[in-house]
Design a protein around this ligand. Structure first.
Ligand code: AHN
Ligand code: ZN
Length: 334
């Protein structure tokens, strides 16, 4: 009898204590800087730029990844293998796509999915092919030479491979799809006499946007990385990104600022770029932004679409700024 009473009292006290402390927690949550919701997110891991750099170099070491070439096939296998080794569910999307001049391209979009069962998803994009001609090379005799694409191609993919490696170590709350588009950079060269059309570019992303790897695929938003490894690169808010996904631009630039990458992510409107995100926005209707350098003076970098787009132009600090920002964004989604 006595023991029962004590036990009952203890139980009452425990419940009362729990209630009061839980309430206190809620009160603190409202007034403190860290809310209970913030505490529930998974701490963003540290993006390793040395690791990302190695993934950029590994791609460049295959040589130019021009569609229909041996290096393209080998690099595609390398990328799918890497995603698989990092625990992603990998899908290869093969397609015969037609270039501006009628050439058939054996294209391959490569998709690595994390938590594929989750309805809460974010998509991360980069193109993995490289331009078949260095049509902007200052040396006229080199304008038919394929570009190595250390920055234009390999940088975005290298950053996303590092994101994949980190997600295997500790998964973010949401599901993530890493999507490597093919045949982005096969748009007509400057010398082409016919009509220049934006649909000549981004063939892989146009295909995926019409025929996603999963029927009815959707994501909260998408982030495209293009040329994200250049020395002295800065990232203005690209105009199509603002038009189609303004709130995503705000979110990403705010996270970059918070993480200390304000000098890279300039919160001002930039130009409009015909890039993979345009077709993802228009066709797949997933609000998607493009992180791409296009300063008035920098342009896409003076090595863009030249034979000079090699490992010498890659700066680990730029890879870190972009990679860490992407990490902060995806680990803060609930
Ligand atoms: C155009 O030059 C039309 N678009 C730039 C997209 C691009 C090319 N990204 C990498 N290479
Ligand atoms: Zn290009």
């Amino acid at each position: 009898m006595k023991i029962h009473a004590i036990l009952a009292e203890a139980a009452f006290l425990a419940v009362a204590l729990c209630l009061s402390s839980c309430n206190m927690g809620k009160e603190k949550a409202k007034t403190g800087t860290k809310t209970a919701a913030d505490a529930a997110i998974i701490a963003p891991p540290s993006f390793n730029a040395d690791s990302a750099y190695q993934y950029v170099k590994a791609q460049v070491d295959f040589g130019p990844r021009t569609p229909n070439s041996k290096a393209h096939k080998e690099c595609g296998d390398y990328l799918a293998g890497k995603l698989e080794s990092f625990g992603a569910v990998v899908a290869n999307q093969y397609a015969d796509l037609t270039m501006f001049d009628g050439t058939r391209l054996k294209a391959r979009n490569i998709i690595g999915s994390y938590k594929p069962e989750s309805k809460k998803r974010v998509a991360l994009f980069a193109h993995w092919d490289t331009r078949p001609w260095a049509d902007k090379d200052p040396d006229e005799s080199k304008r038919n030479t394929p570009v190595l694409g250390a920055n234009d191609g390999a940088s975005g993919v290298g950053v996303l491979l590092e994101v994949a490696r980190l997600m295997q170590e500790k998964a973010p709350f949401i599901g993530v799809d890493i999507i490597f588009f093919d045949a982005e950079d096969c748009g007509a060269p400057d010398t082409y006499q016919g009509r220049h059309e934006e649909e000549h570019w981004c063939l892989g992303s146009q295909y995926w946007s019409r025929f996603p790897h999963v029927q009815g695929y959707n994501a909260r938003f998408g982030i495209l990385l293009d040329m994200v490894g250049g020395r002295n690169a800065t990232f203005y808010q690209e105009a199509y990104s603002l038009q189609y996904a303004g709130s995503v631009v705000e979110k990403v630039w705010a996270k970059a600022m918070e993480a200390g990458y304000g000098p890279y992510f300039i919160p001002e409107r930039g130009g409009a770029v015909t890039d993979d995100h345009l077709f993802v926005n228009r066709i797949a209707r997933i609000p998607t932004i493009d992180i791409i350098p296009m300063d008035e003076t920098y342009g896409f970098g003076d090595f863009w679409h030249t034979t000079g787009d090699n490992m010498d132009v890659i700066d680990k600090n730029t890879l870190k700024a972009v990679g860490q920002t992407v990490i902060e964004v995806i680990y803060n989604e609930k």
